[in-house]
Ligand binder design. Structure first.
Ligand SMILES: NC(=O)c1ccc[n+]([C@@H]2O[C@H](COP(=O)([O-])OP(=O)(O)OC[C@H]3O[C@@H](n4cnc5c(N)ncnc54)[C@H](O)[C@@H]3O)[C@@H](O)[C@H]2O)c1
Length: 183
C-alpha cells in the first residue's frame, strides 16, 4: 500500500524555516520581499529541483537563457509533479497548489530581485558556471545563498570569480535522485 506524504512537513532545505536555519537567511535585506526560490537553468535538473521547491511550499521562479525553454520547463515541471500525485507521493491538491506557485522570468536581474535562494542548474561547463556565478554575485546581496547543482565540478572553482567573503561562498546542491523531499 502506498501512503500519501505531506511534503510541507518533511525536512527539506527548501522549506522556508530550513533556509533560515541553514543559510542564516532571515528578514529581507532589500525593500522588496525576498520570498522566491530562483532556479537558473530550466532543463531536466532545473525542473526536478523546481518540483521539490514548489511542493515544499515555495514560490519558485524558473530562469533560462533561452526564453523558449521556459514554456517547456513549466510543462515538464507539471508532468513531474503530476507523476508524483499519480504515484500517491503527494495528493492532487498538493500538486495543483504547487503549480500555482510557479513563475517564469526571462530577465535575470528581475528574477534575482525577489530571490531568497538561487540554485544554478546550467550545462556542466566550468566557464559557463563561473560566468553565471559572477553575474549572480553582482545581482544578489551576500545574504542570498547561491547553490550549484554541479555533478562534479569543484564549488571553489565555480565561485572563483565571485567576491563573496569566506563563509558566504556558494554551496553544492547534490542530486537526490529526483526525490521531492530534499536536495
Ligand atoms: N541530468 C542529470 O542526471 C544530472 C544529475 C545531477 C546533476 N546534474 C547537473 O545539473 C546541471 C544541469 O544538468 P541538466 O541535465 O538539467 O542539463 P540540461 O541540458 O537539461 O539543462 C541545462 C539548462 O541550462 C540552460 N542554460 C545554458 N546556459 C545558460 C545560461 N547562460 N543561463 C541560463 N540557463 C542556461 C539550458 O538552456 C538548459 O535549459 C549540470 O551541471 C549537470 O551536470 C545533472
Amino acid at each position: 500500500m502506498t501512503t500519501s506524504v505531506d511534503y510541507s512537513t518533511r525536512p527539506s532545505v527548501l522549506r522556508s524555516d530550513s533556509l533560515t536555519r541553514t543559510f542564516g537567511w532571515g528578514k529581507s535585506q532589500n525593500k522588496m520581499e525576498r520570498k522566491s526560490v530562483l532556479i537558473v537553468g530550466s532543463g531536466m535538473m532545473g525542473c526536478g529541483i523546481a518540483s521539490c521547491a514548489l511542493l515544499a511550499g515555495n514560490d519558485t521562479i524558473l530562469y533560462d537563457v533561452y526564453a523558449e525553454a521556459l514554456g517547456r520547463a513549466v510543462e515538464r515541471t507539471k508532468q513531474n509533479i503530476d507523476e508524483l500525485a499519480e504515484q500517491e507521493l503527494c495528493t492532487q491538491e498538493q500538486a495543483d497548489a504547487a503549480m500555482e506557485r510557479i513563475h517564469v522570468e526571462p530577465d535575470l536581474e528581475k528574477a534575482c530581485a525577489s530571490a531568497k535562494v538561487v540554485i544554478e542548474a546550467v550545462f556542466e561547463k566550468l566557464e559557463l558556471k563561473q560566468e553565471m556565478f559572477e553575474k549572480l554575485d553582482a545581482l544578489l546581496p551576500v545574504e542570498v545563498p547561491i547553490l550549484s547543482n554541479t555533478s562534479g565540478l569543484r564549488i571553489t572553482d565555480i565561485a572563483a570569480r565571485t567576491k563573496r567573503p569566506e563563509g558566504r561562498l556558494p554551496a553544492v546542491c547534490p542530486d537526490d535522485g529526483g526525490r521531492p523531499h530534499g536536495i
